[in-house]
Design a protein around this ligand. Structure first.
Ligand SMILES: *[C@@H]1O[C@H](CO)[C@@H](O)[C@H](O)[C@H]1NC(C)=O
Ligand SMILES: *[C@@H]1O[C@H](CO)[C@@H](O)[C@H](O)[C@H]1NC(C)=O
Ligand SMILES: *[C@@H]1O[C@H](CO)[C@@H](O)[C@H](O)[C@H]1NC(C)=O
Ligand SMILES: *[C@@H]1O[C@H](CO)[C@@H](O)[C@H](O)[C@H]1NC(C)=O
Ligand SMILES: *[C@@H]1O[C@H](CO)[C@@H](O)[C@H](O)[C@H]1NC(C)=O
Ligand SMILES: *[C@@H]1O[C@H](CO)[C@@H](O)[C@H](O)[C@H]1NC(C)=O
Ligand SMILES: *[C@@H]1O[C@H](CO)[C@@H](O)[C@H](O)[C@H]1NC(C)=O
Ligand SMILES: *[C@@H]1O[C@H](CO)[C@@H](O)[C@H](O)[C@H]1NC(C)=O
Length: 912
């Protein structure tokens, strides 16, 4: 079949500018791939890296508009592969004369061996103002063709190299996939976090998002680096990969292929739509008539959570299937919602654990995959992790020449043993995130659920390994924290057998390991001390070596040293002026100093934090770190900017997070803040690769949760967008804990791996973020009505909106509840909230709190309750504690935790 455009003049030699109502751009000369794509709402901004196009327009550099595929003829076993980026020759392109066509190209000259069997054409066109990328593959052979792979390369400007931090923020984007078959899409978000953003949705009912395949670029030294993660392809068929490169894994979706009869063709297409901001992405998807799914609390489902799933689709749902079978059950809820929304209840099976997929088939045949991850209950997960960390990872070899024993040390799940040697010294040297992660998690576990055995081991670790070795215990450097206890220097440890199979090039020697200038390392040690202080205060008798105050002072002095100077005036550490991972624990520490009347210490600590905040307030992009671009500083910058009432800088942090933390109906990307280089520093498989639920998830959830609580309009879709991202991030770290309690720093997202990295590595900060943020939120959603994030609604108002709402917390911690319609945050230092009841008509709230039944947390005989109206949602009305007779202690209300049953507290709303 010949196309009419072939009779028109060829136009390959020059760039082709185009414009549609929503876009202006350029197709590249010669190849006709996308070179520039600017939204008409902001023509100063280019989604496509047009400014470096000329440096990456060679063979092997993929661009949007490139296609790769594998096929075989009937009777053949081997797949024949082709990729339009491999060997660039100028192809014939024409500008169609009809009103919608933008550029049409015949790709046959790219692959002479293929063109006699498959005739491939590409058509850029416009539809409703958007740009459409359409490929037609016609079988011109005389036998049937099986198309076993078909991928459309997506390139947008995620190239940070040679840009200042500020330029990176202004010029660059990140791409996140929703690998959801016929409802799957790619979102492209600006690093400003303030849009405009883009969605790439399937167009036509054959196009489905089966996999997101990384596109290697060989001989390209600046590709797949910290400053350039690289590009991926939207894969529509993946059977050929599943048979070969990916045959060791279970792919996200069932791999498929397409049969094309002789003389027939198939066509697939993607639609590029601009959207004003991240919270509008789902609306843009829906207005392209692609189904949208919203899960609450998200897609990581602990065994005791009743999930909710809301589907917005113009098409009727024909069937649903679950894989593995019986992993969860879905049932329609009897709720009438506005628009096309439908409500479902999702119950995880008690036997299920790990990945579970829900496939939905719509009336047209369109499919949608929603990817869940089922975990043990939050408390069980914490308990299992605490147990594993302090048994399997408890290292006791006191003849270790590096003085690492006793300690909670890194673990390699693939060999079932400690990581005692690694070229990256810190992983084996119990410092840096990669090596401190395990004791940090073990410590923060005691903050929530103290266990006598675990606390005893951690106290012993402090006494024998931290104080005096990991941390200098006397002299002018008292409280300094070392970068690693392990090092590579055979002369310093005579007789020690370094593993000869490890390449020791570049490994730290003793001097490098013993340096104390990395501010990040101080957070971990101060968190360990503070957790032991907290355990001691809430659980009398649990500390056996030191007093709570000893640990509190150690924690404080560790922080004070971080920001101090030596006798000659040099700063003790570097990076102190950056936000530091997990430093939210320092706000707890500051509170504790006040509660304990350590007033001078509290004052000093506050002034240290104020000085840092002043630096951030003066910076355009206050999110510096050890890396050229990072998603780590925002937590601390938000925390202290809020504390010192600098809402401008605090909002910058939130916007930054919105630019790199997505929500999609896939547990692995939902709330998964952008991380892609820390497998190099903490993983067993060290490569630049998008990480699934690395610590960005837990840590970045903290500012989003805090800002939600202070939002005066908690019931708007815009506010709830942030909350959904926050819960995705906060619950993500549950998935890093295996059934046996072992932990992984992150999961590998490449389709040939799809597994949790064997190293425990730097999981600690993720765990820390989870436990500092976990809570149960009750919100009044404008479409879904009363919903709970983190808890189960066990009784709700009737259809007329009368009656009470009762919620049972199911989050990992169960000590923090937020009632959004009251803007009320109620927290407890110990115990567990059994349930709470909110009466919308009066604003009354009752809260029942009892003992936490996990480890020795059940020994706490009372708890300190605090409550705060964190937002102005009630205007001049206020919430007061109606329960009388409580005494004040430790900065809050002392509440008895009875040996059986609960204590009930009552709050009421009073208009002023
Ligand atoms: C392909 O097109 C480019 C741009 O017009 C031109 O510079 C180049 O010489 C062409 N290459 C071939 C092999 O024709
Ligand atoms: C970055 O800039 C340097 C110096 O101008 C240049 O040599 C290099 O090619 C640039 N790298 C990229 C990837 O553009
Ligand atoms: C792609 O373009 C061809 C030619 O105009 C058209 O027949 C086909 O329907 C289009 N495919 C899709 C998925 O829109
Ligand atoms: C997996 O694919 C590789 C080639 O990528 C092949 O060598 C191997 O035999 C395959 N394994 C199985 C079990 O099919
Ligand atoms: C669904 O709700 C409606 C309205 O509240 C009620 O009349 C109906 O009986 C309910 N159906 C079921 C199956 O519960
Ligand atoms: C796509 O839509 C067409 C026309 O609506 C229909 O005939 C066809 O069966 C659909 N294909 C699939 C795979 O659902
Ligand atoms: C701390 O450990 C040392 C050995 O390093 C031991 O002598 C000392 O008794 C321990 N302190 C306490 C309070 O147990
Ligand atoms: C701190 O001081 C206040 C006021 O003097 C006192 O009521 C409180 O008991 C003190 N707290 C502690 C932990 O000593």
């Amino acid at each position: 079949m010949y196309w009419s455009f072939l009779f028109l003049a060829g136009a390959a030699a020059a760039q082709t500018p185009f414009s549609t109502p929503n876009w202006q751009g350029l197709f590249a000369a010669g190849s006709g791939v996308l070179e520039s794509l600017k939204p008409t709402t902001d023509l100063a901004f280019d989604f496509s890296p047009s400014d470096v196009f000329s440096t990456r327009n060679g063979n092997g550099n993929s661009h949007t508009g490139d296609i790769s595929f594998r096929y075989r003829l009937t009777g053949q076993n081997d797949w024949i592969g082709a990729d339009s980026a491999t060997n660039r020759v100028n192809i014939t392109s024409t500008e169609p004369q009809d009103s919608t066509g933008l550029l049409e190209s015949d790709l046959d000259s790219l692959w002479p061996n293929v063109s006699s069997q498959l005739h491939v054409t590409r058509l850029w066109t416009q539809y409703q103002g958007d740009v459409i990328l359409n490929f037609t593959l016609a079988n011109v052979a005389d036998t049937a063709i099986e198309l076993g792979a078909l991928g459309l390369a997506i390139e947008m400007n995620n190239i940070f190299i040679n840009r200042t931090a500020d330029e990176t923020m202004q010029d660059c984007v990140l791409l996140d996939p929703y690998i959801g078959l016929g409802a799957g899409y790619v979102q492209v978000t600006r690093l400003t976090g303030t849009g405009p953003d883009m969605v790439i949705t399937p167009f036509g009912n054959l196009t489905k998002f089966e996999a997101w395949r990384f596109l290697p670029e060989r001989n390209n030294p600046y590709y797949q680096q910290q400053t350039y993660e690289g590009n991926y392809a939207y894969e529509i068929y993946t059977k050929a990969y599943a048979e070969q490169e990916w045959n060791a894994t279970t792919p996200w979706n069932t791999p498929t292929s397409a049969m094309i009869s002789p003389g027939e063709s198939i066509s697939v297409a993607l639609r590029f739509s601009a959207t004003s901001s991240v919270d509008q992405i789902e609306d843009a998807v829906a207005s392209n008539d692609v189904p949208v799914a919203v899960g609450i609390p998200g897609y990581v489902l602990p065994h005791d959570i009743v999930g909710s799933l809301y589907i917005n689709s113009s098409e009727a749902i024909q069937s649903m299937t679950v894989s593995p079978e019986n992993g969860l059950s879905v049932s329609a809820r009897n709720e009438t919602l506005s628009g096309a929304w439908q409500a479902y209840e999702v119950l995880p099976s008690q036997e299920a654990f790990g990945r579970t997929r829900l496939d939905i088939t719509y009336a047209s045949g369109r499919t949608q995959a929603i990817h869940y991850y089922i975990t043990n209950t939050g408390p069980d997960t914490l308990q299992n992790a605490g147990n594993f960390l302090t048994t399997k990872q408890w290292y006791t070899n006191t003849s270790d020449p590096f003085h690492r024993a006793p300690s909670v040390i890194s673990y390699d799940y693939s060999v079932g043993n400690y990581v005692l040697q690694d070229n990256r010294a810190w992983i084996a040297g119990i410092s840096d995130e990669g090596g401190a992660g395990s004791f940090l998690a073990a410590g923060m576990k005691q903050f929530i659920y103290p266990s006598a055995g675990e606390v005893a081991k951690l106290e012993q670790m402090v006494n024998e390994t931290v104080w005096g070795y990991l941390q200098i215990s006397s002299g002018p450097q008292k409280y300094a924290v070392r970068k690693s206890l392990f090092f590579y220097q055979p002369s310093a440890v005579p007789g020690y057998q370094y593993n000869k199979s490890i390449n020791w090039n570049g490994a730290w020697n003793e001097a490098a390991a013993y340096a104390t200038d990395r501010a990040y390392d101080y957070v971990h040690v101060s968190a360990l001390y503070w957790s032991l202080y907290h355990a001691g205060r809430t659980t009398p008798g649990i500390l056996t070596l030191q007093t709570p105050l000893w640990y509190l002072n150690q924690s404080y002095n560790t922080v004070a040293y971080t920001f101090g100077t030596s006798a000659n005036g040099a700063p003790n550490t570097g990076y102190g002026d950056d936000g530091l991972m997990g430093e939210t624990v320092w706000s707890y520490l500051l509170d504790s100093l006040r509660i304990e009347n350590l007033t001078a210490e509290a004052t000093n600590m506050e002034s240290l934090m104020r000085a840092r905040q002043r630096v951030w307030a003066s910076e355009t992009d206050p999110f510096g770190s050890e890396m050229a671009w990072d998603s780590t500083g925002q937590e601390g910058v938000y925390l202290w900017s809020t504390y010192f009432n600098d809402s401008t800088t605090a909002n910058k942090s939130l916007n930054s997070i919105r630019g790199y933390m997505p929500t999609v109906p896939h547990w692995a990307w939902n709330g998964n803040a952008r991380r892609y280089w820390d497998f190099l520093y903490a993983g067993k498989i060290p490569q630049i690769e998008r990480q699934i639920h690395h610590y960005g998830s837990g840590l970045n959830s903290l500012p989003l949760l805090a800002s939600y609580r202070s939002n005066p309009q908690p019931g708007t879709l815009k506010s709830l967008y942030d909350l959904r991202v926050a819960f995705g991030g906060n619950m993500g770290p549950l998935s890093n804990v295996r059934q046996d309690g072992s932990t992984s720093l992150a999961m590998h997202s490449y389709p040939e791996l799809l597994e949790w990295d064997p190293y425990s590595g730097d999981y600690g900060p993720n765990f820390s973020g989870m436990v500092m943020g976990a809570g149960t939120y009750l919100v009044d959603h404008p479409v879904f009505g009363m919903v709970s994030f983190g808890g189960n609604i066990v009784s709700n108002m009737n259809a007329n909106g009368n009656g009470d709402v009762t919620v049972q917390p199911r989050d990992a911690v169960r000590r923090r509840i937020f009632i959004a319609p009251l803007g009320l945050y109620v927290t407890f230092s110990a115990g567990a909230v059994q349930e709470f009841t909110y009466e919308p008509s009066t604003g009354a709230l009752t809260v029942s709190v009892g003992k936490a039944q996990v480890d020795q947390a059940s020994n706490a005989i009372n708890t300190i309750m605090n409550f705060e109206q964190t937002s102005s949602v009630l205007g001049s009305a206020s919430v007061t504690l109606a329960t009388s007779g409580l005494t004040m202690q430790q900065g809050g209300y002392l509440v008895n935790l009875p040996s059986n049953g609960t204590t009930t507290l009552t709050f009421s709303k009073t208009s002023n």
